[in-house]
Design a protein around this ligand. Structure first.
Ligand SMILES: [Zn+2]
Ligand SMILES: [Zn+2]
Length: 170
């Protein structure tokens, strides 16, 4: 999905609204969507750059990092990006000062899909868990301990303590 800004970029102060649905988004970052991605927002010509602000609504299908169960992560997020035309190379004001990314565009087209995908990736948690205290899988039999204890009857004993327990028995 690319937004044509050929008209907008000639009109400082003007704003255009947009709304679209991405039925399919390239999942090169291994994101699986289980809903179409709804995007709506506006893009304004500030006179210096084009400012995009948009809302994303979708949900992502991921896997719990401990028990590997499917986890649906609803996504509702707002983001803002600033786009400078390729011909106006702008130096970031100060090193490490502003967090805002400076994006460039060319050929009068802004790649919204890229912006949408990047913002979704940033919003996802580093560790995805089905519940905050997911007990994960039994390291011995592989059973998901969320569904109840397994028959292994091993409390998570530190191997060093296990040696002590063995000594006590003897
Ligand atoms: Zn889990
Ligand atoms: Zn087990």
């Amino acid at each position: 999905m690319k937004l044509n800004v050929s008209g907008l970029q000639k009109m400082p102060g003007a704003t255009e609204r947009f709304e679209f649905v991405l039925e399919h988004i390239d999942d090169e970052d291994d994101i699986k969507f289980n809903k179409p991605v709804l995007v709506d927002g506006k893009i304004s010509n500030t006179g210096l750059f084009l400012e995009l602000s948009a809302h994303i609504s979708t949900s992502v299908l991921a896997f719990c990092c401990k028990c590997l169960d499917e986890v649906i992560i609803p996504i509702e997020l707002d983001f803002t990006e600033q786009y400078f035309h390729e011909s106006e190379k702008v130096q970031p004001e100060s090193e490490g000062g502003s967090e805002a990314t400076v994006l460039e565009y060319n050929d009068d087209l802004i790649d919204l899909e890229q912006a949408v995908r990047d913002n979704i990736v940033i919003s996802l948690p580093m560790r995805i868990l089905c519940t905050p205290k997911c007990p994960g899988l039994c390291p011995h039999c592989g059973r998901s301990l969320k569904e109840g204890p397994c028959q292994c009857n091993t409390k998570d004993i530190d191997p060093r303590l296990a040696v002590l327990a063995q000594l006590k028995k003897e």
